[in-house]
Design a protein around this ligand. Structure first.
Ligand code: CTP
Length: 412
């Protein structure tokens, strides 16, 4: 969807305590550069990390941090403060403030505003990986998502990136993008419903990882960028989106119900559980095979001869969903990643898998499809082939979502 202008947006930025607070200063600057009005509220812990003077200077507005000075004004200043915003953004959102939000506490100005608001809330969590993975934080985040709070990040460095874990705050450009999406979602759900309003769309994205032993896996080079862009675009068009993603280094699109999976079989199970839906878009690069047996312990070298991997075929999620007799989504869209004979192979996939539309792209060496920001696709249905020029993945996503809306309209 087209980026939402921030020129008239009023953002209430709540900064809680954490080393990532320094990035909030950059966030304020980016939002101001785009024409947004930014009011900043800081928790007591945030003051340990950045000075209210810096935030006030960058935002051009006084920084609020004291609940009582407002109530002493004998006004309902704190209510007004949250009502006068289009969106509340909590960045960084520490484990502590998420817990207080989930519990409905109002024990400082920040949490009082969050409890008093009738506006959307977007949180950018930042904390130590163990705190993020702690069952208490998982519970709090689930509860907040159930309450409609949107999330951006934290950036995950899970398996795909090596030694880092999830917990680092999303970078300011990603938060700005999430703010645009949150504001767009507001429009879509408000006066002018988007073309996918009232629809449920399931999107798969990213690679799958098939374990060999506790430390090794079979995977592929998919970054998930195209699938995530489709999910984001569908949200902008007003859909309820379930995004089922393999291991990627991307933030969850705000507003999507995101399910993280590892293997193809986990992805299939999550898709089954997410049905029924109006549409299914299979953008994931699902591993075709998995190891027949997974070793319980790390396979050691030198103990026996070099091991031989026996592979068995994974379920074909796209074909299974396309061929369902009950609960088949009205529109099923697949991708074809090919290194040669793109159109011919993709047409064959359309037939054998039984989907309604195939988005074909080349993943040959030299194409930037896997991991890159652009994509050149052919859109193939039973009637023929449409070639799209090279575009950003976001633009390809918008095109697919527009086409999906047209296809769904045919089923009405
Ligand atoms: N797909 C799937 N489940 C699988 C394999 C693929 O859902 N086990 C989906 C992909 O998400 C994509 C489409 O099927 O939408 C085509 O995937 P692709 O990797 O291009 O083709 P494959 O079916 O794997 O066939 P091949 O590897 O022979 O090209």
């Amino acid at each position: 969807m087209t980026a939402v202008s921030l020129s008239r947006a009023r953002i209430l930025l709540i900064v809680s305590g954490g080393i990532a607070a320094y990035k909030s200063l950059e966030l304020i600057r980016s939002l101001k550069d785009r024409g947004a009005t930014v009011r900043v509220v800081m928790t007591a812990a945030a003051r340990q990390f950045i000075s209210p003077l810096s935030a006030a200077t960058l935002s051009g507005q006084p920084v609020r941090d004291d609940l009582f000075s407002l109530t002493e004004e004998a006004t309902i200043g704190h209510i007004e403060l949250s009502r006068a915003a289009d969106l509340l953004v909590v960045a960084p959102a520490s484990a502590n403030i998420l817990a207080r939000m989930a519990g409905g506490l109002a024990n400082d100005l920040a949490t009082t505003l969050l409890l008093a608001t009738d506006k959307r809330v977007l949180a950018a969590p930042a904390m130590n990986v163990r705190m993020w993975l702690h069952p208490a934080t998982r519970r709090n985040v689930d509860r907040l998502k159930g309450d409609g709070v949107l999330f951006v990040g934290p950036e995950s460095g899970s398996m795909a990136c090596g030694e880092f874990g999830p917990g680092r705050m999303a970078e300011p450009p990603a938060i700005v993008e999430a703010i645009e999406q949150a504001l767009a979602g507001g429009t879509a759900l408000g006066d002018s419903p988007g073309p996918l309003s009232g629809r449920h769309v399931i999107v798969t994205s990213g690679p799958t990882y098939e374990p060999i032993d506790p430390v090794r896996f079979l995977g592929n080079r998919s970054s998930g960028r195209q699938g995530h862009a489709i999910a984001q675009s569908a949200i902008g068009a007003g859909a309820r989106v379930t995004l089922i993603t393999g291991p990627v280094c991307l933030s969850d699109p705000p507003g999507a119900d995101v399910i993280h999976v590892g293997s193809a079989r986990e992805m299939r199970e999550a898709v089954e559980a997410a049905l029924p839906a109006d549409a299914f878009i299979a953008a994931a690069a699902v591993a075709d095979w998995r190891a027949e047996s997974v070793a319980n312990h790390k396979i050691k070298k030198g103990v026996s001869e070099s091991p031989t991997l026996r592979l068995v075929e994974n379920p074909d999620i796209l074909a299974e969903v396309s061929k369902k007799t009950t609960m088949r989504p009205a529109v099923v869209i697949g991708f074809a990643a090919e290194t040669e004979n793109v159109t011919v192979n993709a047409k064959a996939k359309l037939r054998t898998k039984g989907c309604d539309l195939i988005i074909a792209n080349s993943v040959a060496e030299g194409s930037s499809t896997f991991g890159g920001g652009t994509n050149q696709v052919e859109v193939i249905d039973a009637r023929g082939v449409e070639s799209w020029p090279p575009m950003s993945k976001a633009a390809v996503a918008d095109g697919i979502v527009r086409r999906l809306a047209l296809e769904l309209a045919k089923h009405e």
